[in-house]
Ligand binder design. Sequence first.
Ligand code: ARG
Length: 490
Amino acid sequence: HLRTIKMKYKERRSEFSSYIPPKGKLMTQEKSNLMWGGRFAAAQDDLMEEINASIDFDKRLAEQDILASKVHAKMLSQQNIISKADYKSIVTGLEQIESQIKNNKFVFDRALEDIHMNVEARLNDIIGAPAGRLHTARSRNDQVATDFRLWVRDQIDLQQQLLKSLIEALLNQAELGIDWVMPGFTHLQIAQPVTWGHHMMAYVEMFGRDLSRFTDARDRMNECPLGSAALAGTSFPINRETTSSALNFKAPSANSLDAVSDRDFALEFLSVSSICAMHLSRLAEELVIWSSAQFKLISLSDRFSTGSSIMPQKKNPDAAELIRAKVGRIFGANVALMMVMKGLPLAYSKDMQEDKQQVFDAADNLVIATAAMTGMINDLRANRENMEAAAHFGFSTATDLADWLVQKLNLPFREAHHITGQIVLIAEDRKCDLSDLGLDAMKKVDDRINDDIFSVLSVQNSVSSRSSYGGTAPSQVRKQINRWREILKS
Ligand code: ARG
C-alpha cells in the first residue's frame, strides 16, 4: 500500500517538476535584484519570483503610479531635495514610459516584481543616474497605498456614471408605464396591484442609495498616503499638502502607520460593490421570472438573450442570469480581502499585495453587470395586457375591500379583515374575481355592504387610491420620477 502511494507521489512529482527545486542545487536568476542587490549575496529562486511577482496584475496601476511619481518628484524639487535638472529629466523619462505603456511598447519584467520597480528600472535605463533620486523620501509602501487609492477612486467615478445611466433607463421605463397595472408580490404570491412605474422606481431608490454609498466611500478614502514613506514618515523636508492637492486628495493622511497599512478603503469599495451587485442580482432575478412563459410580464430583447443549441423555441435570459451570479464573485472578493487583512500586525505586510486582484476582478465584474443591466432595461418591453390580466389573479384587491369596510362602515380593521376573508372564500369557491361576485353574495356575509364597494374592487381604482406618500398611485410615482430627474441633473 505504501509503495503505491509512493509511486503515485512520484508521478505527481514529475507532473509538477518545474515547481520542485532539485535537491542541493539553487536555481538562480541572471541578475540579483537591482533595487536591493547590495545586501544580497545569492540571487532569487525562480519559485520566489513565482510567488512574489505582482506585475502581471498590478501593471493596471501604471497610470496612477506614473502620475504619483511626477507629483512626488515635483514636490522634491520645489523643496530643494532634488535639483531642478534632475526633476526635469525624471519627468521627461516618466513621460516616455507613459507613452511606451500606452502604445504597448513597454515590456513588463517579472524579475522586477511589481509596477513600481518596473517603472523605476525603466526610468534608469532612459535617464540614468537621476532616476535613483525619485525614490527619495518615499517607499513602495506609501507608493502602492497612493496608487491603489487613486485607482479605486477612478473606479468609483466610472461606476457612478454607469449607475446614473441605469437609473436613467429605469426612469424611462417608469415614465412609460406610470399607470400600467401589474401584480405586486409578497412571498412571490400575488399581494396587491401596483404599477410598473412604481416597481421600476423601487430599483431607482436602491441604485440611488448605491450611488450615495459610493460617494461616502470615495469621500472617506480621499486622503493621500504619499509621504508616509515605509511606515514612520521621513526626515526629508517634504511638503505633503502639495502632493495631496496635486493628486486631488482632500488632505494628507494623518498617521503614517495607518496610511500604509490599512486597506479599509478597498474593503469599503468591495462591500459597497457587493450591495450594489446584490441589487442588480435581485432585479436580474425578476427579469428571469417575468420573462418566463409562466409569467410573460415582459419580453427581453434579442440583443441580451441567447438561444439553445438543441431546443429551437428557446430564448434564454443569460445576461440576467450572469448578472445574478456576479454578486457571489464580488462578495467573495470582499470576504477574501477581509480574511487577508484581519490578522495583520501594523504596518505593511506582503499579504496586502493580495488586495489588488480581488478589487480588480470585483470592479470589472460590477462594471459589466451594470452596463449589461442598463442595456436590458433600455430594451425590455413590458407587456401591458398580460401585466394587467395577472394583476386580477389572486384576489389582489382584497385589502381594498377590507379598507372600504373600515372607511365606509367604520369597522375595526381586524373585523374587516375577517369579513373579507369570508368573501374571498366564496369567490374562490365560485372560481371568480372579487369584482365579479354579485352584491347579494357579499351581503350574505355582511348585510351592511352596499353598491359603492365596486368602486374599489377594480385594479385601476386600487392603485390610484394608494396615494399616500411613496405609494403606488401614478400621482405619487410622478412626483418621484420628477425628483429623480432633478437629482440626476445636478
Ligand atoms: N507590490 C507591493 C504591493 O502591492 C508593493 C509594496 C511592496 N512593499 C514592500 N515593503 N515589499 O503590496
